[in-house]
Design a protein around this ligand. Structure first.
Ligand SMILES: C[S@@+](CC[C@H](N)C(=O)[O-])C[C@H]1O[C@@H](n2cnc3c(N)ncnc32)[C@H](O)[C@@H]1O
Length: 207
């Protein structure tokens, strides 16, 4: 099957995606990857910590269908991908205070084109994620593009009111990943020796 390399999330037909709120288990932590592609990272997370639920949000429908088939065949019932647009759909699919961790792994630079071309982790997105995270929930970002990493860090550190605590130190990147799981792009970068910028924050504030 031919899989498109990119889609434009601002295309009008993506605003018509039919979505229902996900039913998430109340008794186990839920981790969500934004832009999950073939869900390699989430499948590896499920192998690492099987007692959790994993949701991938992805705008390329073919990849969503393909990864859901693969998870079903592999008996990974706790991993599922959802066809949705991160820029508009998150509050429609995820209940408030339901997510333990968000992962933003190697984001495309244009998720928030209308705001600032390369800013992916924008103030709007942080506001949404703060509402969707459980108390003490985390946001993890990894990218090989320094400008994106710096923009994400600035958005998370400059918050007013301040809701997130840097898991290392203020204005510091993580030295290494805290997880054994690797996304496809992450593994590719590691194999080629490409520098990966990693940052992680914990929600410390409750509205
Ligand atoms: C560079 S790939 C990284 C994929 C994977 N996270 C990894 O690290 O290998 C970025 C992914 O985000 C998806 N994406 C881009 N914009 C999106 C949006 N607005 N909503 C949902 N997914 C989006 C792309 O289709 C693509 O699969």
């Amino acid at each position: 099957m031919r899989i498109r390399q990119h889609v434009n999330p601002l295309r009008s037909d993506f605003f018509a995606i039919f979505l229902e709120p996900l039913t998430l288990p109340a008794d186990r932590p839920v981790e969500v990857e934004l832009g999950s592609a073939e869900a390699q990272f989430l499948m590896e997370r499920a192998a690492e910590e099987p007692g959790r639920s994993y949701v991938g949000v992805e705008i390329r429908r073919e990849l969503v269908e393909q990864s859901n088939r693969r998870c079903q065949q592999s008996g990974l019932a706790q991993v599922r991908s959802v066809f949705a647009n991160i820029s508009v759909d998150l509050p429609r699919i995820l209940p408030p205070a339901s997510v333990s961790r968000f992962f933003v792994n190697f984001p495309d630079p244009w998720w928030k084109q209308r705001q600032r071309k390369r800013r992916v982790v924008s103030e709007e997105l942080i506001d949404q994620l703060a509402r969707l995270l459980r108390p003490g929930g985390e946001i993890h970002v990894a990218t090989d593009i320094f400008d994106i990493a710096l923009d994400a860090m600035a958005a998370l550190e400059d918050e007013n009111p301040r809701r997130f605590h840097n898991l290392r130190e203020p204005w510091c990147f993580l030295a290494q990943s805290r997880f054994a799981a690797r996304s496809r792009r992450e593994r590719h970068c590691e194999e080629l020796g490409i520098k990966i910028w990693r940052l992680a924050y914990r929600l410390t504030w409750e509205p």
